[in-house]
Design a binder for this molecule. Structure first.
Ligand code: ADP
Length: 371
């Protein structure tokens, strides 16, 4: 006959799918009953009628059945009381080290180990969102814990590009991000009617970003990629205020005109204190598969010139690849659907470089400003 401790040990391997922590730690296991080779487990759901009941049942059953002397597992559900929910939410917030509930943004804490990368562009259509999702998926494939925050409030396209839809579950003032291709994702697109445009003014945008950063249960992340709206607007300024340690990557096409507008977006960081850590040139040439000849459809050299003008590095050049658009439309990043094509190889290399750089920063003491 199994013991309660043995069953508990197995249950500790089951994570709540939304909060992504063991159900035992979350106080979700309210009772374990054992009768011969039969085990009954009572689970308290964080919200009644949780849509993930089936998944929890399956995972709890599989975990307990791993014990040699168990033949049958019965899972029953109840739900937490209001007090239990509030206490769990308070614990989750406390765990993030939120010292000041007003400025409850874990990534802004001095000891945060999450590298926040804002992806910006001078104008729309240069592939900023495509680069964001592919970088995110590439980092996730390399084993990093990645979050994607879609801050492109008006032109959000992240949900479509990552093939993720649905309403995130909110629980005691905390929102659980959705997941896709190994990344946690939050977008205004999850909360709005897709056919209605969002008309928001500065303070509302600021509040929305604050909620995305503070009220979303991101858990531990190595990287948080933020897809900014194109241009130099309120969002970049708000984000810089909330995340003074964020880095900015600017995406441009090789075209002169695009590079000039991108320069403005990059230069705007001088007023906000955000640091531009690199430029990514997208749509850099198209190689005809028939002839093997490369055509610089959008000109050439824009990325290099922009990097020079901003005093930063050119992180990579991503060629035009029709598969990238097809993959985006199908909700799968190119680095997942076609990992071996030159565009995927270029993005994967940028991801490795970014990861290597942030590793070299972690653990290094910060220079003190002694005047
Ligand atoms: P932005 O976020 O800058 O507005 P998107 O990422 O939405 O730009 O890209 C605009 C369009 O260009 C999309 O249809 C996308 O699939 C396509 N696209 C972006 N980069 C490439 C590329 N390297 N090769 C082919 N198509 C691309």
């Amino acid at each position: 006959m199994p013991t309660k401790d043995q069953v508990h040990e197995q249950l500790a391997t089951v994570n709540d799918p939304e909060i992504d922590k063991p159900i035992t730690e979350l106080g979700m296991v309210s009772d374990i009953a054992i009768e011969g080779r039969r085990v009954g487990v009572q689970i308290k759901l964080t919200i009644p009628g949780c849509p993930l009941k089936d998944r929890i049942t399956r995972e709890v059953t599989e975990a307990v059945m791993r014990l040699d002397d168990v033949d049958d597992v019965q899972v029953a559900f109840g739900s937490m009381t209001d007090e239990e929910r509030q206490s769990l939410s308070a614990n989750l917030r406390a765990e993030r080290g939120a010292a000041n509930p007003e400025m409850d943004i874990p990534f802004a804490a001095a000891d945060s180990t999450t590298k926040v990368i804002a992806v910006a562009s001078g104008k729309g259509g240069v592939g900023k969102s495509s680069v964001t999702v592919n970088l995110a998926a590439a980092l996730a494939k390399q084993g990093h814990k990645v979050g994607v925050m879609d801050a492109d409030i008006w032109g959000y396209s992240i949900p479509r590009m990552l093939g993720v839809s649905g309403k995130p579950v909110a629980f005691e003032g905390m929102v659980m991000p959705l997941q896709a291709h190994g990344c946690k994702v939050i977008s205004i697109g999850f909360f709005t009617d897709p056919d209605r445009s969002v008309i928001w003014r500065g303070p509302m945008l600021h509040r929305a970003l604050q909620q995305f950063l503070g009220d979303v249960h991101w858990g531990e992340l190595d990287f948080l990629l933020c897809d900014l709206p194109p241009g130099t607007g309120d969002i970049a300024i708000s984000l810089a205020q909330m995340l003074p340690n964020a880095d900015m990557v600017v995406v441009t096409t090789p075209q002169q005109a695009a590079q000039k507008v991108a320069l403005r977006a990059g230069k705007a960081t001088e007023q906000t204190g955000m640091k531009v850590t690199g430029v990514i040139e997208n749509m850099a040439g198209f190689t005809d598969p028939e002839t093997g000849k490369t055509h610089d459809i959008f000109g050439s050299g824009g990325g290099e010139e922009l990097a020079e003008a901003l005093g930063t590095d050119l992180l990579g050049r991503i060629p035009i690849d029709p598969h990238l658009r097809e993959a985006s439309d199908a909700g799968v990043p190119l680095v997942v659907s076609h990992p071996d094509v030159p565009a995927s190889i270029a993005i994967t290399k940028v991801a490795s470089d970014i990861a290597a750089r942030s590793k070299s920063i972690i653990g290094r003491s910060l220079p003190l400003n002694v005047s």
